[in-house]
Design a protein around this ligand. Structure first.
Ligand code: GLN
Length: 313
């Protein structure tokens, strides 16, 4: 039975890869100039099971910036440090239902419900994580990403420089939050650290290990390091379920049933609790800012593996 299961992971990946490898739909993000230069044909798929097995296909050697997927891991660190109540009270956990960089989302409720998986709440989360100065905060965040990935991740400097020189909108969001008493550290530095965390470079396998650490109750399935608690993973995946794909999160949960998170670099992760983490990288995005191919591939793979937890047979 175990051999058959192993086979089916690889087969499901292979099927999705072959079906979508030539699909030309969507467009690289270009509001961050450097992202427009990324090869749109990069296509990598990886599954890492909670017992540490790796299945993959495609461009595993290619890395892209993690972008919004980083929000998941900074959020998990924050829940681990301060508890779920603090995140609900100081940031808010309801989906905004609006674009990921919406200023209206902040304005509507005077910063009360800004969700840690879209920009306003994510910048607030950076302002809250442990660290007395920006160096310590950045170290905390990078160490957290490294622990989830089980390897030392590097910064994509061109992407960081490109976005840092052109992030007035996120700076505006941070200042508006400050005006409403919902920014907990210097807004300029918080936005800069946030921009840096978005520029961490990852490949599909590294992302899949990160997702699998969530699937495994916070223990990295490859290094066996205990990164966060099972409770922290549960709270994190709750928010991923309602807000992981920005304003398309409802459509995603409706179709796939698994907590997930996308980034404008083209990455998408999904978590099957107790079983595996999956990641796909393909830079061209749809209008909501989610990778077109990654969504299709994970949809197919989850369906083939029969892992929608809402289907009870
Ligand atoms: N760094 C990007 C931004 O702030 C992240 C957005 C994303 O991946 N949706 O706009």
């Amino acid at each position: 039975a175990i051999a058959q299961k192993e086979l089916s992971y690889q087969a499901a990946i292979d099927h999705a890869y072959d079906k979508y490898k030539n699909l030309q739909e969507g467009k690289n993000a270009d509001y961050i100039k450097e992202l427009a230069n990324v090869d749109p044909n990069i296509f990598g798929i990886a599954i890492v099971t909670t017992d540490g097995k790796v299945y993959s296909k495609g461009d595993l050697g290619q890395r892209v910036s993690i972008q919004s997927i980083s929000k998941v891991f900074t959020l998990a660190r924050l829940i681990e440090e301060q508890g779920p109540r603090a995140v609900a009270d100081k940031i808010g956990v309801d989906a905004t239902g609006l674009r990921f960089n919406s200023i209206v989302a902040v304005e509507l409720q005077k910063g009360k419900e800004i969700n840690p998986l879209v920009n306003p709440g994510a910048i607030a989360a950076v302002s809250l994580v442990k660290g007395n100065d920006s160096v310590a905060k950045w170290k905390n965040i990078l160490d957290t990403h490294n622990a989830f990935a089980g390897t030392k991740l590097l910064l994509n400097k061109p992407v960081y420089i490109s976005e840092a020189g052109d992030n007035l909108r996120n700076q505006a969001i941070a200042h508006l939050l400050l005006a409403y008493g919902r920014m907990y550290f210097d807004p300029v530095q918080s936005t800069d650290i946030y921009t840096k965390q978005c520029a961490i470079n990852v490949n599909a396998k590294e992302l899949a290990v990160m997702a699998s650490t969530l699937a495994n109750g916070g223990v990295n399935p490859v290094t066996k390091e205990k990164v966060v608690s099972p409770e922290t993973c549960a709270f994190t995946m709750g928010i991923m379920s309602t807000a992981g794909l920005y304003d398309d999160s409802g459509q995603w949960l409706y179709a796939v049933g698994l907590p997930a998170k996308s980034g404008v670099g083209g990455g998408l992760i999904a978590v099957c609790p107790g079983k595996f983490g999956i990641a796909v990288i393909s830079p061209p995005l749809n209008a909501a800012g989610n990778s077109v191919k990654a969504q299709k591939a994970i949809f197919d793979i989850a369906k083939e593996l029969g892992v929608n937890p809402f289907i009870v047979t």
